[in-house]
Design a binder for this molecule. Structure first.
Ligand SMILES: [Zn+2]
Length: 351
């Protein structure tokens, strides 16, 4: 061995060794990252997880459209009809019903579980509705909306609109927590701090307790080409849904031009049941649920004449009053608004 070469050989060996250690470390890191990504569960049902979105803005209540001067809809009309009975209301009544509103600033009460959930696939099969499929056969919605949903899907099947895929329906809070935590983990893995990851996650997966899917009144529907993307709005099926959903008591909950009001990106696949006459009033007034509830609350009530010629009185009350007056001789329904109020809808009110 040539001892004169020793320092050089040690240096060469050390360099090679450093590269080897560095290479090993790099390989280990890549393997770890790959494993973590592989282990990360897929999220096929979370509409919000499949798309990237700009940060959601604060819910603004100011941008309420001016009421139509047409006779079909008038705001601030008090219900003065006589022949009424008093119906007791409890605090819980304000937090349930077909008009309950859920959003980032208004979560559902702790432990909220909708009553009367029914299986969608069983109904679709029993009624032999063609061209409808779902990603899971265990999906449920509230029983009160199943009839109108089935009617809508049956009518759609006559229109040659291709297959309807139900991608998501009722989701409990625990499942929403899974979706949300997955998103936080993914962002944290991408290099964000925990705080940054949580902030970013909230813009694409709604925070547990603030998902409308937890009400059992909501579905995500799309065709087999667009999946849950904005492209669905351009499909024949998506356009039929946007045009026709109100006739069956559904609204498109997150329209493109109302992002600043709802705080949620455009979701042409996400429909929400509110029933009649509310779906028609919202559709014809171009109101989202936030604007409709705010109009009722600020004016105390509206009167509307729907396309079928019926006249409706819709009144808003603070649930804390403990009782509301309802007509003895006309059909009526009551729903909470999710923020301490109740809405009483009377069919056949005097025009
Ligand atoms: Zn949805």
């Amino acid at each position: 061995m040539n001892t004169a070469d020793l320092p050089l050989r040690i240096k060469t060996w050390a360099q090679a060794h450093i590269w080897a250690v560095g290479g090993c470390a790099l390989f280990f890191c890549l393997a770890l990252a790959g494993y973590a990504l592989w282990r990360r569960p897929q999220v096929p049902l979370a509409e919000d997880s499949l798309i990237t979105a700009p940060p959601a803005g604060e819910v603004e209540m100011e941008k309420i459209p001016v009421l139509s001067e047409n006779e079909w809809l008038r705001a601030g009309v008090p219900d003065t009809s006589e022949n009424k009975i008093s119906v007791k209301i409890q605090a819980a009544d304000a937090y349930d019903g077909l008009l309950i509103m859920v959003n980032a600033s208004q979560p559902l009460p702790d432990g909220f579980v909708p009553a009367n959930l029914v299986n969608i696939s069983e109904t679709v099969q029993a009624m032999r509705i063609p061209n409808v499929s779902s990603t899971k056969n265990t999906m449920t919605v509230r029983q009160e909306i199943m009839g109108d949903l089935a009617r809508m899907l049956s009518d759609a099947a006559q229109q040659d609109l291709g297959w309807f895929y139900i991608v998501s329906a009722y989701r409990d809070k625990a499942y929403q927590e899974v979706l949300y935590n997955r998103k936080v983990s993914a962002y944290a893995l991408g290099g964000m701090s925990q705080e940054q990851a949580e902030t970013a996650a909230k813009t694409v997966v709604v925070y547990p307790g603030t998902s409308e899917h937890q009400t059992g009144l909501t579905l995500d529907i799309c065709d087999n080409t667009a999946s849950l993307t904005h492209r669905y709005a351009d499909t024949e099926q998506g356009q039929w849904l946007a045009r026709s959903a109100w006739k069956y008591g559904f609204i498109l909950r997150y329209p493109e031009d109302k992002r600043d009001v709802t705080g949620i990106i455009f979701e042409p696949w996400h429909i929400r049941f509110v029933g009649q006459p509310h779906a028609e009033i919202m559709a014809r007034s171009n109101w989202v649920l936030e604007e409709y509830i705010q109009t009722l609350r600020s004016t105390g009530g509206i009167r509307a004449r729907t396309e079928n010629g019926k006249v409706w009185q819709i009144s808003y009350y603070d649930a804390a009053r403990g009782a509301v007056q309802v007509p003895r001789d006309k059909p009526w329904q009551m729903s909470g608004d999710g923020q301490g109020g109740v809405i009483v809808t009377v069919e056949g009110a005097e025009p």
